[in-house]
Design a protein. Sequence first.
Length: 276
Amino acid sequence: MTLVELLSRVPSTFWGVVVGSFFTLAGITLTNRNASKNLKIQREMDLRKDVYLAAAEAIAAGLLALGRIANINTQSEAMAEFNKVGPAIAKVYVIARIETIDAVVAVQSALTSGILRLQLYVMPVMVLKNRLAALSTRIDSFLATQTELLELIGEERLKGAPDRPKWDELQRQFKFETDRLNEAIFEKAGMEPSFAEAQLSLSRSAIDESQKVNRFLPAAIAALRKELELHLDADAFGVILQRNFDQQKHIFEQVVLQAQQIISNAYKPPGPPQSG
């Protein structure tokens, strides 16, 4: 019996089952292939979201650090927070296109350069702050010594007939401590306006550095959004940033003028120290 004869004896219903099974198997195969492809695309998109959102947060932390550097009391905390998230920017270099890398590198470079340049303004503020702190400590010490001497002088006065050598020595010591106290107060009063001006100069420089970073920000954000298949008009975004920055700078300049007026009124040139 030939193969043709054998096949001819197979019921037509069987061929229907075979053909149906073939198309079913083919459909399952295509479905699984598409599902695998879609899953891969989704995983890649999730990875890009994680990387690019983390990079955007790191850039925001850098901008915040620039502003907080102007506050001597919070700059260490701000830099620590930026150093914690800053490395996230480097992940962009692994998966991004060269255009995106170029835009992000420009922002990162502007941030790093700005932070370094601000250190030139931070150092004078820190020096003056430390000197003022040292003077305040000296003044407190002199006041404490002066108070002790006053108590001893009061005790001698209550005796009615004080011990003359001891009395003279207490008077000499009191005059010496009073002179030292007046000199320290005089020095501190003369230094405080310089500290205030240095602080204002640091704040102004921090704003200027933030503006430099803002110039590169629209291109970087637009590139990151493009990687996520989200459109952004970089020019329109730049206009929004500039408008917001101009408003903040205008308010800052008004605050500076008021602060300078307060400094001028509060710190009149002190007279020479008076001996006790």
